[in-house]
Design a protein around this ligand. Structure first.
Ligand code: 5RP
Length: 233
């Protein structure tokens, strides 16, 4: 059922894609559904160039016959469609569950519009139940971790357990050669403040808070697809 909701959300986002667009392609299972629903439109003659946010999305898009390119070749995109780990009704997001949030944020910020697609389980009242992904460079990992914990406690009253993300006992290495720390907060009342604070820490390349970046979201559930838009009605 959840898969069908992802397909429904992805299909809704297709309405934003127009002939000749340069389209950022997100990462994760929901973003992959978007690539899958986009591919038949391309086969039918829709001409777009896709800019993937991860190696794995690029491989899938190429396999399905979508022309892909790089952000360096196309530094200004019309639209990016991506998934999320959490979203609130102000279009604030936590991303990075797939360890791709650094490239996702670069691509999103180079796009005229960021459309988020998600199933209804991603919608929350307050961000923070999902551990916040932090991409950190391997050099000075312990010092960086201490700086993060100190900032969170001192400036935001947040105590956090930082966990080095591992798969099969080995640290996850991002497409950029970095590590991921997951910060469990439970709830993040001051998302903007925390995002700004974390951005000041050297060694922390990018955090997974997306504040004032998304423009529209399609959230699919048993009652249909809810659209949340930042534009005035
Ligand atoms: C990858 C992401 C993904 O968009 C996020 O993890 C959602 O993934 P899924 O659609 O598989 O639930 O941010 O870094």
């Amino acid at each position: 059922m959840t898969r069908q909701f992802k397909v429904d959300a992805a299909t809704a986002a297709l309405s934003l894609v127009e002939q000749g667009m340069k389209v950022g392609l997100g990462t994760g299972s929901t973003a992959e559904e978007f690539v899958r629903v986009l591919a038949p439109r391309v086969a039918q003659g829709l001409s777009i160039i896709g800019v993937p946010t991860s190696e794995r999305t690029g491989i899938l898009a190429r396999e399905l016959g979508i022309e892909i390119s790089t952000l360096d070749s196309h530094p200004q995109l019309d639209l990016t469609v991506d998934g999320t780990d959490e979203i609130d009704d102000r279009l604030q997001l936590i991303k990075g569950g797939g360890a791709a949030h650094l490239r996702e944020k670069i691509v999103a910020c180079a796009s005229d519009k960021l459309a988020i697609i998600a199933d209804h389980t991603k919608k929350v009242e307050m961000l923070g139940a999902f551990p916040l992904p932090l991409e950190v460079i391997p050099f000075g990992l312990t010092a960086t971790s201490i700086a993060i914990e100190k900032l969170c406690r001192r400036d935001f009253g947040l105590t956090t357990a930082l966990t080095l993300r591992k798969v099969a006992g080995e640290p996850v290495i991002t497409d950029n050669g970095n590590l991921i720390l997951d910060a469990s907060f439970g709830r993040i009342p001051d998302t903007k403040g925390l995002a700004n604070g974390l951005s000041q820490i050297p060694g922390l390349v990018e955090h997974g808070l997306f504040i004032d970046i998304a423009d529209i979201a399609f959230i699919a559930g048993p009652d249909g697809v809810e659209t949340i838009s930042s534009a005035p009605a």
